[in-house]
Design a protein around this ligand. Sequence first.
Ligand code: NAI
Ligand code: MG
Length: 361
Amino acid sequence: STEKPYRIACIPGDGIGVDITDAAIQVLNKLAEVAGNFKFDFVHFDWSSKNFKERGWYMPEDGMEQLKKHDAIYFGAVGWPDVPDHISLWGLILPIRKSMNQYVNVRPTRILRGTEAPLKKCGPKDLDWVIVRENSEGEYAGQGGTTHDHTAYAVATEVAIFTAVGIDRIMRFAFETARSRPCKKLTMVTKSNAQRHGMVLWDKIFHQVAKDYPDVEWDKMLVDAMTVRMVLHPQTLDTIVATNLHADILSDLAAALSGSIGIAPSSNLDPTRGCPSMFEPIHGSAPDIAGKGIANPVGAFWSAAEMVRWVGKGELEEAADALMLAIENVTEAGIRTKDLGGDKNTKEVTEAVCKEIEKVL
Ligand code: NAI
Ligand code: MG
């Protein structure tokens, strides 16, 4: 192809992050090859917990500047048992989300063709959600501290930060997302009964923004009751907006309800496009299955499809749709990893998706 390639920064990270990033690159290269009108230039960054142990850093000083030269970032997973999780998360993924202005995290969930959800009465038509997660502040703002550490009087605070600007922009994104989907319905998740400052501001700004979207039907749920509704009445939900922590938890539940955490994608977006956005499956490094070659690559492929849509700005929709179609044809054909009740490994699923891309595009 003579087109200018899309420059993708790849950070495989740790554990199965490495396997599924390799698999995603293989599938993306196949997609570009078959489509013929675009290509990718993948640049690898070996920022991982293993290298942190040796070098003492996750990212070099100019890491953010290096990432900014790319059209998008593809991320595997970070975290390993020999590094405390707050060190790995705050060493790599959280600083990227914050520095790159990725204030939205979009997490779609649905039941893919040929897969089974654990709920008895839940078919593919009953569960088709998009969770919009506030990705820059809230409970993960990083404010707080520890006093009298290592004594019996230790005190630690973790301050949740909610700003009017931060809430306004995530609510607008959520309403736009709801508006773009067939049922135009948004559920706002809160905990303003117990958390009477930050969450009350959250609710107040939601109601202000809602006035600008009279065509979107909305309702409001306390987060605890929301878990019950997701399990008992999944068909009553469509687009969901929640804080950083609430949406983190609810999206793992959503993934499990749709069949496996191994299929769920996520997009960390800078909607202003001032910085590259980052695409990653929602799962972690899965040390329990790392190195066995059995990780489900579907969440990585779905994340890759979302990346194709984002960098294409409307011009690569056909390719992204073809990738999703290929993924679901493969799950429907029974070529699935163990977490989805199958007996195939990462490589077999990846090869099957590559073959299917040749057929559908
Ligand atoms: P996890 O998502 O890595 O694993 C949870 C369970 O799901 C495990 O039993 C695992 O085997 C299974 N699983 C996850 N992805 C799978 C896949 N693709 N195919 C098949 N099975 C899969 O979460 P966990 O165990 O809580 O965390 C492990 C490490 O990952 C920790 O260090 C944690 O901090 C880190 N982590 C990193 C994230 C990121 O980089 N965005 C997100 C979540 C956790
Ligand atoms: Mg999570």
